[in-house]
Design a protein around this ligand. Structure first.
Ligand code: SF4
Length: 554
């Protein structure tokens, strides 16, 4: 299957053009680009923009950037133009892209498996302070995102990141994005299987490989051998979830076709058990199906979930086995329902080697370069130098001896990083929002942080796991559809009849084996000012009316 994206015909098992020709599927012989994105990807591989950034754009400045690179291929290296300050959400849909573009970039650093060393974190912190006005957000896909990046500084930033083994390669774009991994892989007492080797091997084989750099759209993946189901496997294009096969032992249950945003879908099991050493091969098979058969005509139908919906799991598995693996997969069991109430690893937990890991909670993933540097110092002083990011915008310090847990926790608390956070701080996430995102309609990060503070003050006795996710637009970057309380940013009518920032409310979404999407509460929209009152009312009513053991989503 090795081929370059410049030569799709060589990459795909060519068949006669058939009735799916109109979907732009390479596998049925349809290679003519059917939209602007497909055209610029055909014109030049997104990976090739790096050379132009290094040799031309960083030297001649923002105005020298080709528009197809600026709003297209630069994503292949983690770069998005950020929103010009001062443009309100009402203008998001009406302004042309060039009117929304600032001359600064968001830059996403991929952290595959969420694994960081203190050496890496120090470099991340230094770059933040030197080149990104101190910004650095932990994302809900374990990445780190900078803002205010100048194109002139990008080559130097890459040099520094790559010197410590980090990269921005394919952090955005129609590519294999960061591979989510259990934040406690290799250390958890209850781990079924450690997927770290597979994360590394997939990175080595797939990331930056031109055979996989022109996909119909983004391709999200997750690997976790934790019984806590701690990587949101339900909403990735492909996931490998730790299970014990009754005869063959530990391995992974294969899920495909999850994804939020337009037409959200929970991933589906193919009923196949995959041993650790076969995960990279099966990953390559699934991503190749997506490349070859994925729909390329309409961007909002291009994710793998749409192909799976048309094919069904039986056909998907058959094509994977017959056309891509050349062998049958082994049937296997489903994962079991986790017993833990939270799956985020916050707090102090014993590792299997007798040491401890300590998970802590910044507010809505917002940290900064100076804080990251101090976290690195603490992790070095009290741990072994290993850290992890989580899919809840949180972090973990690993390998802490028992007598170092208290001083580490105190040091983190002094930085405002709670190791015993309230359920609100623990369970609230927010996307980037209008501060930097060109698609945003409302502000999210500051609002999410303020909501946490208000709820802590108003309902200090609340002790149930709860997830409150805020999005700045109808997209799904903060997973609103699977939150207990999902808040989708939009303009709403305020008390005096004016359009103001607010949210459409979705209630009762969940991840886990009972995963499902929250109900859009008909007509229920709250202004941003009303938000704390509204959430307080909902939570208090739940407290008063819940039955024994009832969860918010039930
Ligand atoms: Fe931007 Fe919308 Fe994603 Fe938030 S959800 S980061 S506003 S695209």
């Amino acid at each position: 299957m090795a081929a370059t994206s410049q030569d799709p015909a060589a990459a795909t098992p060519r068949r006669k053009a058939g009735r799916h020709r109109g979907e732009g599927q390479w596998a049925v012989g349809h290679f003519t680009p059917l939209n602007g994105n497909e055209q610029f990807k055909k014109d030049d591989d997104g990976l090739n923009v790096r050379t132009r950034i290094e040799t031309i754009y960083s030297k001649r400045g923002f105005d020298s950037i080709d528009p197809n690179d600026l709003r297209g291929r630069m994503r292949w290296w983690g770069l998005y133009t950020q929103r010009r300050p001062g443009i309100d959400g009402g203008k998001t849909a009406v302004l042309a892209p060039e009117e929304l573009d600032d001359e600064y970039f968001m830059l996403r650093v991929r952290v595959d498996g969420g694994r960081l060393t203190t050496r890496q974190l120090r470099v991340v912190g230094e770059i933040s302070q030197e080149f990104a006005r101190g910004t650095a957000d932990i994302t809900d896909r374990q990445n780190i995102q900078y803002h205010w990046i100048r194109i002139e500084d990008v080559p130097e930033i890459w040099n520094r990141l790559e010197a410590v083994g980090l990269s921005t390669t394919e952090a955005c774009g129609d590519t294999p994005r960061v591979i989510l991994g259990s934040p406690v892989a290799g250390i958890a007492e209850d781990e079924i299987v450690d997927g770290s080797w597979a994360v590394d091997e997939i990175q080595r084989r797939v990331i930056g490989n031109p055979a996989f750099s022109n996909l119909p759209r983004k391709f999200k993946s997750a690997i976790s051998g934790s019984p806590l189901l701690d990587v949101a496997h339900e909403i990735n294009d492909v996931s490998f979830v730790g299970v014990r096969h009754p005869e063959l032992g530990p391995g992974f249950d294969l899920w495909v076709g999850g994804g939020l945003s337009t037409n959200p879908k929970i991933g589906r099991r193919l009923g196949a058990w995959v041993p650790l050493e076969e995960v990279p091969e099966v990953f390559e098979g699934v991503i190749s199906i997506f490349r070859d058969h994925g729909y390329r005509r309409l961007r909002n139908r291009a994710r793998l979930k749409f192909l799976l919906a048309d094919w069904g799991t039986e056909k998907f598995r058959r094509v994977l086995e017959e056309d891509y693996l050349g062998r049958r997969l082994t049937d296997g069991p489903a994962p079991e329902q986790p017993v833990a109430r939270w799956r985020d690893h916050i707090g102090v937990h014993r590792q299997r080697d007798g040491r401890y890991y300590v998970g802590f909670a910044p507010r809505v993933g917002r940290v900064d370069g100076a804080t990251l540097t101090k976290i690195a110092e603490l992790a070095e002083a009290h741990g072994s130098g290993r850290l992890r990011t989580t899919v809840e915008q949180k972090m973990i310090v690993l390998d802490v001896e028992e007598d170092q847990v208290a001083p580490l926790s105190a040091g983190l608390e002094a930085l405002g990083l709670a190791t015993t956070p309230s359920p609100f701080r623990r369970g609230t996430m927010a996307c980037t929002g209008i501060e930097f995102c060109k698609l945003a309609i409302v502000e999210t990060k500051a609002r999410g942080a303020a909501l946490i503070d208000e709820l802590e003050r108003r309902i200090p006795e609340f002790d149930e796991p709860i997830t409150i996710n805020l999005n700045g637009c109808p997209n799904a970057c903060a997973r609103i559809q699977v939150a207990d309380i999902g808040l989708k940013g939009q303009l709403v009518t305020g008390p005096d009849g004016q359009q103001v920032e607010g949210f459409q409310v979705h209630l009762g979404g969940a991840l886990g084996l009972e995963a499902g999407f929250g109900r859009k509460v008909r007509g229920l929209k709250v202004t941003a000012d009303e938000l704390p009152d509204y959430v307080e009312r909902v939570l208090k009513r739940f407290q008063e009316e819940r039955e024994d053991g009832e969860r918010f989503a039930s």
